[in-house]
Design a protein around this ligand. Sequence first.
Ligand SMILES: Nc1ncnc2c1ncn2[C@@H]1O[C@H](COP(=O)(O)OP(=O)(O)OP(=O)(O)O)[C@@H](O)[C@H]1O
Length: 741
Amino acid sequence: MAVLSKIIHKTLPKYEELSYGKEAFSKGLVGFAIFVYTLKLSYPVLRRRLKRTSAGTADGDSNSSKDDFGTQNKLDFCKDIKNNNNSVESKFLEENVQEKIAKAEKLLAKNKQQTQPGMNIEFLFNLKRLIEIMIPRPVCHESGLLGIHTLCLVSRTFLSIYVAALEGAIVKFIVRKDVKNFAWMLLKWFGIAVPATFVNSMIRYLENRLALAFRTRLVRYSYRLYFKNQNYYRVSNLDSRIENADHRLTEDISVFATSVAHLYGHLTKPCFDLLLIGLALMRSSQKMRANIFSGPLLAFIVISTTAHILRVVSPKFGMLISEEANRYGYLRHIHSRIITNAEEIAFYGGHKVELIQLREAYNRLANQMNTVFSQKLWFVMLEQFFMKYVWSGTGMVMVSLPILTTNYAKDTYGIDVGTKVSERTQYLTTARNLLISAADAIERLMSSYKEIVALAGYTHRVAGMIEVLEETAQGIYVKPIVEGSRSTDGILQFRNGQPIAKGQFVYTDNDAIILNNVPIVTPNCDIIVPSLSLTIEPGMHLLITGPNGCGKSSLFRILSGLWPIYGGELHMPRLIEGKPHMFYIPQRPYMSIGSLCDQIIYPDTREDMIQKNIAECQLREILKMVSLEHIALRDSFDVIKDWKDILSGGEKQRMAIARLFYHKPKYALLDECTSAVSIDVESSIYETAKKLGITLLTITHRPTLWKFHSHILEFDGQGNYRFRRLEGENATASFKSDLSS
Ligand SMILES: Nc1ncnc2c1ncn2[C@@H]1O[C@H](COP(=O)(O)OP(=O)(O)OP(=O)(O)O)[C@@H](O)[C@H]1O
């Protein structure tokens, strides 16, 4: 306090007539305390909402009961997972489940689940979590930036006060016709402009740096989560809580980080301003021998009344902003779908349908934006009326009170003594400037309310995304299940609408893949095959066949760990360096961003390839095996191209097979991956794969491929299957006739 007092004394101009000791300073602080109390009262929103939330008495919030169910749902679901000791996923989750139950119980008890974005306890809880991600340690790059930013904000406040006082002194010397002092003050005024403009520019620069630093931390954290345990697949296929993960990972994080960095300056600077300007105003009015409490008291009454009115009539901006972001995300999603499927849409001539969908998505966004604008229209009008006019009027009364209520010495003709007039002019000019700054500070604080509510919307989306990603990475999914699909004959167990994944996924030292009573169940809980048992040993080339939708690809999804196991046991060979022994090739091959070399070695990187000691000539050899050597002749191995568009359908499929020959896994899961490849090349590919010691698990409708397999698994589409050995061409032929009958 002593240091602050010293700085204030240094910053403010010296008044010859009055000396300000500790007494004046403490009086100033008392006055400021009243001022702060005014602000506190004018912003009871947070307090009241917190109270309302914890008491569970949301006034008029129609969603509160629905949300209560949501939390209870989650809570019970967590308990289910915990209680289910058979599930490998539940074992994996054991430690986290305890934590999650505690968290959910705490949330339920405290919160009664207000999932509506807005100023509530959940917002504070989420914000704290995100701040912990953005500023992970007390001493880090971000805290350093924050420290310098704070220093600049405080400096600017001192500079503003100094400039206000300087202007007052300039006016005083003009009134006194004191040219020498006037010129000196003017010089000082120009001198202070250099650090003042530098500090202003620094504040903006640091705010942007801070926003980017926060964004980088959040993005890195979210990306790690997004790619953990195939989350990018799980979050869109097995869970329904996040609609457009891409939008949340890019746009929402960016807006949230910018908003936090902006609000930090937007909130702290007015607070510094009010603290220091309050003190400066106290000193000025005391100099005029006025009652230092009358002004703040008036401000207290006016600000608290107007703030109360604004709070009561304020629209729910948090909810509106969150919905706007949702609709914007959907619009982007539609756009990216059109880009991804441009060729298909163009062939179909589907532009009319796509245009309708795009227009609808845009109209929904525009409608929401219009709603926000119209809500803002009258609210901003009211806000401006209070802040610009009511507060300015109050300021004028505050400034004039010390002069109007004090009796000054008069000369024999009853006229004020000359020096007193110049003193009062100085006081008025300084006080007016300080009041303008103070009003500006309060206005910024008040308008920050809207920004805080908007921040609540973004916090809800970003924190919600992180929470969902964390849960899906641990195998906790929430998806609305169609009621009709729940007649599961005891195969699935539900609790609060969510199925319990009670199957076991076991890694063994055995090379075989063993399915023991494993049901094939879709994410919508449709049971395709109630119970599947079979053993696949190395060298046992398995043909998988059956009608469309019978669960052939779904079996691969289960073997790859994409879909949860709802029962039985699945034994798999132990992973090598975290990589499975299986390699899946889909019907529509995926071409990555990169060079020809990158396509062949995918998902390996160049570093992996070097580590494996694989040379370019070996890649040429691999391309030869799939009859793609002409591509290597046409293009260099290192030129980056859009291979998705350059290669034909059959070439893309052959490129995918090239990857198989590069990786040489124990098992290959081939999902109609040669449907566009000519029969002669296809045969040579299958022969090569077998020669390389790869065990084939092939989904195909092509009879020409039967001869490369020793066993067959046939689904009938009714939930039944047959697994048997194929013995020679005759056996194959008889099996074919079995199928056709
Ligand atoms: N992500 C998903 N969510 C919900 N249901 C799904 C999902 N993926 C597939 N299904 C459903 O699971 C069933 C089996 O699909 P699957 O892809 O295994 O069929 P398939 O036997 O490979 O058929 P096809 O020969 O046509 O490729 C289908 O009824 C399908 O609608």
